[in-house]
Design a protein around this ligand. Structure first.
Ligand code: AVJ
Length: 329
């Protein structure tokens, strides 16, 4: 049975701009300037991220894709799915759904009874995912929802249908540990006893592997970061000079956190029309654009410690670069 629903957008365009205004003002007024990475994903950002996922240096997607391709039966078993029982398969930050499609195909072939509900900040990404799935897996029922992760928590509580939540791609890594713990705790309080979470995280490893993933030789990741300045220029009538900001990622295995900065190469002032405000940049002053946290069992257990979740199992790729954890209440 196929069912589509495009009417349940949670964020209209104007409130998205209002939020962007507010977040940019806050971030650039901070002593250590920062901009929220969730705004990377406009039309150009979505396309650049698809390119990132195919970069030779960006092992993250490939490692998780390998798990979904080679171990989909293990995933289904670990989640204790049963063709006789209905569930909602809800994916937070679905993007292009590349890995999920492997699982959807397996579930479809096995006659599992479910609805697929991808959530994403980008309506554009959801539209392409929906038409792609309608073409490739026409029997899978899909209902898309636009919004950020926190916005979907409320809607999870609204029905008591059995749920499997997919939170893949190390998307959780964009949150610092306190925010991740708060989010996971709220998520656990939105679910019922037998619901499951399938959480994909990038594992802590050598800087020689992690750093190039955020500093590719073709400069796609640099363009991805700079594109947020272009978006702010466009959406908030700002005058960032893209030629005077340089992409600089940092990662130390001892922290386990990759950080992407844009560095102002000159002392300069940037005017943001919609805020009617100027922001001063010293030469070499940095804007923190994104954190990409890497994990191990201990870090994940700390994040889970104040939540109702327990780690049930973990599945890794052949190189042990990436792990998918089953979390249970
Ligand atoms: C989609 C958040 C998992 O942090 O690795 C990739 C985003 N940024 N290259 C990541 C990203 C730069 C990605 N996540």
């Amino acid at each position: 049975m196929k069912e589509t629903n495009t009417l349940n957008k949670t964020t209209s365009n104007s409130t998205m701009i209002d939020q962007l205004m507010n977040d940019v003002d806050l971030g650039l007024s901070n002593k250590e300037k920062t901009l929220p990475s969730k705004y990377f994903y406009d039309k150009i950002g979505d396309a650049l991220f698809v390119e990132i996922m195919h970069l030779p240096e960006y092992y993250v997607t490939r490692a998780e894709h390998e798990i979904f391709k080679n171990q989909s039966q293990e995933i289904i078993a670990a989640l204790k799915l049963d063709p006789n029982y209905y569930f909602e398969l809800i994916e937070l930050g679905a993007g292009d759904g590349l890995k999920t499609k492997e699982l959807l195909k397996e579930l479809n072939d096995g006659n599992y009874n479910f609805d697929y509900m991808p959530v994403d900040i980008s309506q554009n990404a959801l539209d392409s995912l929906e038409s792609d799935l309608n073409e490739k897996l026409p029997d899978v029922s899909i209902q898309t929802k636009q919004g950020d992760y926190f916005e979907v928590l409320q809607s999870l509580k609204e029905n008591k249908k059995p749920k499997v939540i997919l939170f893949l791609g190390s998307n959780i890594g964009n949150m610092d540990d306190d925010i991740a713990a708060d989010f996971i705790s709220k998520l656990s309080n939105s679910l019922q006893e037998n619901d499951k979470v399938f959480l994909g995280v990038d594992l802590i490893k050598d800087a020689a592997i992690v750093l190039p993933a955020y500093d590719d030789s073709q400069g796609i990741t640099a363009a991805f970061n700079l594109n947020l300045l272009t978006r702010i220029n466009h959406d908030l009538d700002a005058n960032f000079d893209l030629g005077s900001f340089e992409h600089r990622p940092e990662y130390k295995e001892s922290d386990g956190i990759a950080k992407s900065y844009l560095v102002s190469t000159v002392k300069q002032s940037v005017y943001i029309g919609k805020l009617n405000k100027s922001f001063q940049f010293e030469k070499n002053e940095k804007i923190l654009m994104e954190i990409s946290r890497k994990y191990n069992d201990e870090i994940l257990n700390t994040i889970l410690s104040d939540t109702r979740f327990k780690i049930k199992t973990r599945i890794t790729d052949s190189q042990k670069y990436f792990a998918n954890y089953v979390l249970e209440l």
